[in-house]
Ligand binder design. Structure first.
Ligand code: DGL
Length: 242
């Protein structure tokens, strides 16, 4: 079984892709909504919450677990791999792809405060975009607004107004992929808005095939939706996105 974890609704973009690419696999989605958002918390807190969530999914019988949260992944994916036996797949801002796509040698990364300030992101930039000008933008309040369905143009523009010469914009938070259309509309037709949802789902497929963890034959698959506050209200919200 495949597990997908995020602090809230953000990982559902990845969940949808996995469902599309691997239609015969059982998937459990777990949102730690009681503790969302993660992006403004300390590294220690994010690690503690993420590890608890991964343990829960492992207990449910997942042999592949997707950390569908950039914040959690950049806080220490190797640390989680050491603690959990299941195969752990993370998601990080697609700096490498953006660096290959830009014709202006300028890209922007939109993410949570934690991810923007993380050493992990700086290392990605050093490694994959050493000659590119990268504008890092911490999008305060976005995750909460997406969770509560209260996103407005004004809120998004507060951050998007900083983007002018960048032709590729990286969505470095899985929540932002849920409002990709909204962001694209405000940036206009020339901006290329990219995320890792597709690549992550392909990677799940790759790992599943390599370790023979997929059922891979026509069958009716099971989808389970769980959240840390155990409310039907929240699982109903999740179901609106799948
Ligand atoms: N969806 C998560 C990410 O990709 C973070 C959301 C949060 O701040 O909880 O970074």
């Amino acid at each position: 079984m495949i597990g997908v974890f995020d602090s809230g609704l953000g990982g559902l973009g990845i969940f949808r892709k996995i469902k599309l690419f691997l239609p015969y696999e059982d998937i459990v989605y777990y949102a730690d909504n009681k503790n969302a958002p993660y992006g403004n918390k300390s590294e220690d807190k994010i690690k503690e919450l993420t590890l608890n969530s991964l343990k829960l999914l492992e207990k449910k019988g997942c042999d592949i677990i997707v950390v569908a949260c950039n914040t959690a992944t950049t806080s220490g994916i190797d640390y989680y791999r050491k603690q959990i036996k299941a195969h752990i797949i993370g998601v990080v801002p697609v700096v490498k792809t953006a660096a290959q796509m830009t014709t202006k040698k300028r890209i922007a990364v939109l993410a949570t405060k934690y991810t923007i300030q993380s050493r992990y992101l700086d290392d990605l930039i050093k490694k994959f975009a050493p000659k590119i000008k990268v504008k890092k933008i911490a999008c305060e309040g976005w995750v909460k607004a997406i969770e509560n369905n209260t996103v407005t143009d004004a809120l998004l523009k507060k951050c998007l107004k900083n983007i002018s010469n960048e032709d590729v914009v990286v969505l470095g938070c899985t929540h932002f992929t849920l409002i990709k259309g909204h962001i694209q509309r405000l940036l206009g037709p020339d901006a290329k808005v990219v995320s890792s949802n597709d690549a992550v789902a392909r990677h799940v497929m790759r790992v599943g095939m390599k370790y023979r963890l997929l059922s891979n034959k026509p069958r009716k698959s099971k989808y389970i939706y769980l959240c840390s506050d155990n409310s039907k209200k929240y699982t109903d919200k999740i179901k609106q996105y799948v």
